[in-house]
Design a protein. Structure first.
Length: 216
């Protein structure tokens, strides 16, 4: 098995590397942030990635966002999230969109190294490995669109007007904003909703659908 490790704590990162190596698992790369993680997976195409949730630059949810991108871009690479934190927004999305080859374990609840390695092997083989506490928090937390939740109040206002079918010009007039300001808000909405420009998908329509799903 070939693995990439993404962990910003250098001591823990080295510890995981040594542990996996001792169990006959090849660590092809270790990184400390989400961007380098995605690059390492693209370069090495590992069987699995071990990913912390909170990494530079904001130490909030970079790891889970990178995990979502990896599962979408490299479906043969499994992801085992290994963190102190349960980030329910992106965790729910990760598990819902990619029910196989995904795991989420809490660092302070691992009883033995064999448990960790066994979970990694299970995930790499196409299965799942979820800590019971992660499951409990996911079931207890309401379904929230992580991208919509990140929008500012003004961006939500603009997205709501897009949902009403308003043009950029109409939004400018209603909110007394310059055209350039509205364009920046719309671009920020697409970015936060992870809607890259594509020939086949109309981003305004996709953004509106995401918004309507959170207001039902």
């Amino acid at each position: 098995m070939r693995v990439v490790i993404a962990e910003d704590n250098p001591l823990l990162r080295d510890g995981i590397r040594l542990l996996l190596t001792d169990h006959g698992i090849t660590v092809v790369s270790t990184v400390d942030n989400g961007d380098d993680l995605r690059a390492a997976v693209g370069e090495h195409r590992p069987d699995a990635a071990v990913v912390d949730v909170r990494m530079p630059p904001t130490f909030t949810d970079e790891g889970l966002r990178a995990a979502l991108a990896i599962r979408a871009e490299h479906p043969d690479t499994s992801v085992l999230v290994f963190s102190q934190w349960v980030e329910t927004r992106y965790a729910r999305q990760l598990i819902a969109e990619h029910p196989g080859r995904v795991g989420y374990l809490l660092k302070d609840r691992i009883v033995s190294t064999d448990d960790f390695v066994g979970a990694l092997r299970r995930v790499a083989a196409g299965g799942t490995a979820l800590d019971p506490e992660v499951v409990r928090q996911l079931l207890a937390a309401p379904a929230v669109d992580a991208g919509v939740a990140r929008l500012s109040e003004r961006e939500r206002e603009v997205l709501g007007m897009l949902a009403e079918g308003r043009s950029n010009a109409a939004i400018c007039e209603s909110l007394h904003l310059a055209p350039r300001s509205v364009e920046k808000h719309v671009t920020a909405i697409f970015t936060k909703l992870d809607l890259p420009q594509a020939r086949t998908d109309h981003r305004r329509v996709l953004a509106v659908l995401r918004y309507l799903n959170t207001t039902r």
